[in-house]
Write a new protein. Structure first.
Length: 261
């Protein structure tokens, strides 16, 4: 299945406007004590700034020239089209290939060598190695999945050994229950869609409530109005537990959700 204009800093991999430091989620040892079939998890991995901190890669977007090597790892200002694509990914929409970065190039190999098996390509979620192997076996829903991605050496011509992938989310599941949740904050109502936007930060086990609809269908998804928070099925989390070390699993900042109804 593996073949299947605000300046952003290189380590700022959460939703635009979010802070860079959030509390780490449930520990790996706590996760390993839980083995429930009808269980749902929420991951704050998209706000784990360490995974994108000064990785030494720059991007090439479709129809645009290569970005220059970043000065002090500061990402240059982007076009409105790129900013719209970044916002769309953070919100969990299914992307076309042309909306994603076309490729990356490493301007500092010493920095890129620190990239973990889940990392950030700008703000896009990238995976490789054991994480990619696990995710490739699970259902993202129609249109979602792992998109093959090329990262070049500094010459923009020689591919680095991978493989690398971008995570493309499938359809939303409308299963988040804000009224039954705690430690969530209403941010705003979108002026065009009427969608309520929610902030979910510094989560604890049981803070987030979801409906039984979360138990059906895809294993990895996002919810409308909840940016930069990935929901996962228990079977996917169990597979990650089996494949990853405690430290690697902790990077996902996992918290258990309550299934209500």
């Amino acid at each position: 299945m593996l073949d299947s204009a605000t300046r952003i800093e290189a380590h700022d991999s959460g939703a635009p406007g979010e802070g860079k430091t959030e509390r780490v989620g449930i520990s790996a040892s706590e996760i390993r004590e839980i083995n429930m079939v009808d269980q749902v998890w929420i991951s704050e991995v998209m706000s784990n700034g360490d995974l994108g901190n000064k990785l030494g890669i720059r991007q090439k977007w479709f129809g645009e020239p290569w970005e220059a090597p970043y000065v002090h790892h500061h990402v240059p200002e982007t076009s409105e089209r790129v900013w719209a694509a970044v916002s769309k990914h953070v919100a969990g929409h299914t992307m076309t290939r042309e909306e994603m970065p076309e490729a990356s190039a490493a301007y500092s190999m010493s920095h890129f060598k620190r990239a973990k098996d889940v990392f950030f390509i700008g703000v896009f979620v990238g995976v490789k190695g054991k994480v990619a192997e696990v995710l490739s076996k699970f259902d993202f829903g129609p249109g979602g999945g792992l998109v093959p991605y090329t990262i070049y050496e500094a010459d923009e011509k020689t591919p680095l050994p991978g493989p690398f992938y971008i995570v493309n989310f499938g359809p939303w599941k409308d299963c988040f229950l804000p009224d039954a949740s705690t430690n969530v904050e209403k941010l705003a109502v979108h002026h065009q869609t009427g969608q309520t936007l929610w902030s979910l930060k510094y989560l604890k086990d049981g803070d987030v409530a979801v409906s039984p609809a979360a138990l059906a269908g895809s294993d990895l998804w996002m919810c409308p109005g909840v940016k930069a928070r990935i929901f996962m099925s228990n079977r996917l989390v169990e597979a990650l537990k089996a494949a990853l070390s405690d430290a690697e699993l902790a990077e996902f900042r996992l918290r258990r959700c309550r299934v209500v109804g």
